[in-house]
Design a protein around this ligand. Structure first.
Ligand code: ADP
Ligand code: MG
Length: 167
């Protein structure tokens, strides 16, 4: 398997609603075994995007920022895969705690989304989506976000897949 970047797309998002909509569209590309890493500062919109993913995947329960848990499983309401939503913010460099989540066990049958996953979940698979959300530097009131979605590995090699996100 290749670990080189295979495709990348940049999307400008103007509101929380548009971020959820992006999540719903991204969900249509996802299937069991897919890993999505979300990065971007606090308040960037990682959880908002994941909420849209949960809507698009049609899973039980609204995606929230978990207060007491690191990972939450949202079972599928229909035939699709469940969503495993991990917020690794409180996991320092703690790879041990990450291993306790047994993501390697759940990944083959789930869509796994990890906020703050960089440096913590790369060993799970070479096939990953990296989503990075930026806002204008220093601007905490603006709702504009720049989202870069990069597909790594053979899973995401066909560029047409991610292209639908910017359409
Ligand atoms: P994170 O998980 O990255 O810390 P959240 O999704 O929990 O971020 O919070 C994002 C916050 O920013 C929410 O309060 C949301 O209403 C606000 N917001 C403003 N504009 C946007 C946007 N374009 N996309 C996502 N969230 C936005
Ligand atoms: Mg969050």
């Amino acid at each position: 398997a290749s670990s080189s970047a295979s495709s990348s797309v940049e999307i400008t998002v103007n509101s929380p609603d548009q971020m959820r909509e992006l999540g719903r569209r991204l969900a249509k590309l996802l299937r069991a075994g897919d890993l999505v890493m979300l990065n971007g500062e606090l308040g960037a919109g990682k959880t908002t995007l994941t909420r849209g993913l949960g809507e698009g995947l049609d899973v039980r329960g609204a995606v929230t920022s978990p207060t007491f848990v690191i990972a939450r499983v949202h079972p599928a309401l229909g035939d699709g895969p469940p969503l495993v939503h991990v917020d690794a913010y409180r996991l320092g460099g703690g790879l041990d705690e990450m291993e306790d989540l047994d993501l390697d066990v759940s990944l083959p049958d789930s869509v796994v989304v990890v906020e703050w996953g960089e440096g913590k979940v790369e060993e799970l698979t070479d096939d990953r989506l990296h989503v990075v959300i930026h806002r204008a530097v220093g601007d905490t009131t603006d709702e504009v976000r720049h989202v870069t979605v990069t597909g790594l590995g053979e899973r995401w090699a066909p560029p047409v897949e991610l292209g639908v996100l910017s359409a």
